[in-house]
Design a protein around this ligand. Sequence first.
Ligand SMILES: [Zn+2]
Length: 408
Amino acid sequence: MPAEALKCKECSTTYPLAASYVCERCFGPLEVAYRAPSSSADELKRRIQAGPDTLWRYADFLPVERVPRTSLPTGLTPLVRADRLAERLGLGELWIKNETANPTHSFKDRVVSIALARAVELGFDTVACASTGNLAGAVAAHAAYAGLPAYVFVPADLEPEKILSAGAYGAQIVAVRGNYDAVNRLCTEISGERERWAFVNVNVRPYYAEGSKTLAYETVEQLGWGLPDRVVAPIASGSLYTKVARGFDDFIAAGLVNGATPVMHGAQAEGCSPVAQAFAAGTDVCRPVKPDTIAKSLAIGNPADGPYATELARRTGGSIEAVNDDEIRAGIRLLAETTGIFTETAGGVTTATLAKLAERGEIGAGERVVVYITGDGLKTLDAVKGTIDVAEIEPRLEAFESTIGVTA
Ligand SMILES: [Zn+2]
């Protein structure tokens, strides 16, 4: 396989490609290291284009021995040209990567695809996760397709849409009385006790994280083997944000596209913005916070990849922004009204951040911007409740004419 080791992000100590996630020497996080592709760019491109219409077309850049036979088809989501939104914000070339089109309507299907494939290769027989919501549904659905038992651990106050859909796929839901950080701590403890359980974002996290790179691979391919100048992506743990940049770097290094890493902007909710706060303070140290925001899928108070996210934002000339709950609701509406894409609160955070950057004049008119919309609005309907104007009338023509007809 293209991967050659697990490697500590802090001290570069390498480990075998097993189910480990923390460096024994310095307690730094482990990530997958690859050998340089032995194929030419032309050959890689040919293999990608001849591959399946799923993220497995990028197998040359993924940490599995072989493409699994039982994998719920994921990826190749639409990259949508957003001219009306661009016009509204005074921007040039704007694209929306619409991740609501994945099987469980969020980008988490990508990371779970890779985690499950690797977990099966490593001999695990049960899958589990600590989830802020979207991951629960993805783990449950992919486990159902693969025929594996699944346990999903969520904060008890999660949106019911997310809990119920995960349950419908047959997973055992464990609602923990505590926030995500408490759920995550509990799962870390349980993973030490259950040797046959793969917690996708705990003991097989290095493989799981690689799934987010495919967002960048697809973007390049869908832009006709081109790069964005600028990217806006949400930050919860910081994993997606940093791995998207890594994805662009992989393709640049392999000679599949020419150019530099795009300017990377990260988006957080003010009610849980440890990474944005660290960025503003000019440090890589993210002080943990207690989340209080409607953007529950981004509500990680102690983000594992926070320091790498701030470093990436600085290195690429980007930034990490925070927007408040009203701006998030407005972001959801703005995206829906101009693109036909209804996103959950996380996408509201991302869209509001794009609007903020546009308003500040940070985005040049000639730039190509790609925005990652990571989850579906049907998962967080409460966020728009009370903001939609519904005209209720009697079933009579006069009633319509006197209520709506006068303005239509
Ligand atoms: Zn280390």
